[in-house]
Design a protein around this ligand. Structure first.
Ligand SMILES: [Zn+2]
Length: 120
């Protein structure tokens, strides 16, 4: 199911030519970045990436509930924007991360709202 979601969003975001390994149900200590629900390491020149998503049981109590799909889309958007996100400066990187999260939420909400309308 999660691999289907990966394929679905890879297609939707035109990232079909990326070879992506998804690691689900990660332990916090195994994540590339501490304290994150999702993390990605990528190699833009050869279009490969490893996407990690935390095991929900380690997500903890946060304002926003755990959302696998939204986290996945967030990480894929990092790949989509990898060429303009070169970790050149910290402020730009933080802004990029915030913008990506807004976009991921908007896209996933749009998909779910569309499904609601078409299911009726
Ligand atoms: Zn991010």
């Amino acid at each position: 199911m999660s691999i289907d979601l990966l394929k679905e969003w890879q297609n939707r975001l035109c990232l079909q030519d990326w070879r992506i390994v998804m690691q689900e149900n990660c332990e916090p200590d195994d994540m590339f970045l501490p304290g994150c629900a999702g993390a990605t390491e990528w190699e833009e020149s050869i279009k490969t990436a490893v996407i990690q998503i935390i095991d929900p049981k380690f997500y903890g109590t946060r304002i926003l509930p755990f959302d696998f799909e939204k986290t996945l889309v967030h990480e894929l958007l990092h790949l989509k924007l990898s060429l303009v996100s070169d970790k050149v400066d910290d402020l730009q990187e933080r802004y990029m991360h915030q913008m990506i999260d807004d976009l991921a939420r908007a896209l996933v909400d749009a998909k779910r709202n569309y499904q609601k309308v078409t299911d009726e």
